[in-house]
Design a protein around this ligand. Structure first.
Ligand SMILES: [Zn+2]
Length: 130
């Protein structure tokens, strides 16, 4: 049996470790999501706050909304990774289908791409022009 995978497939032990990682990560993300949702709530621009405060409040709300979007997309990645776990193709790059590698998954258990696909940029996923 010869294959030229750069990374090995995950062992079931490694999958167990990563499953736990993912679970903890999802809980953490859900916590910060709840906090970010609270912050991103529309500010009450009542008459009681001055103009400067109002600008500040709007800026803070925009930052909170941007953070909320980042957290939501990370949660979506974690959920997608968990779905791949239950369908048995976790650890494969969703783009090139080669193993992502344990070391990389330990650092980012929700990673959908292998290092090479990730490096070719986020726009590369849709790019069929070349
Ligand atoms: Zn790949």
């Amino acid at each position: 049996m010869s294959d030229d995978h750069l990374e090995d497939d995950l062992t079931s032990e490694q999958i167990g470790v990563l499953t736990e990682h993912l679970e903890k990560l999802r809980e953490e993300i859900q916590d910060s999501l709840a906090a970010a949702r609270e912050e991103a709530k529309p500010v009450d621009l009542g008459l009681s706050i001055g103009r400067i405060t109002r600008v500040d409040a709007l800026q803070q709300q925009q930052m909170a909304a941007a953070r909320l979007r980042r957290i939501e997309s990370r949660l979506a990645q974690v959920r997608a990774a968990e779905a791949r776990l239950s369908s048995g193709n976790y650890g494969e790059c969703v783009r090139c289908e080669l193993p992502i590698g344990f070391a990389r998954l330990q650092a980012r258990p929700e990673a959908p791409f292998c290092a090479r696909c990730q490096d070719s940029g986020p726009g590369a996923t849709a790019g069929s022009r070349r």
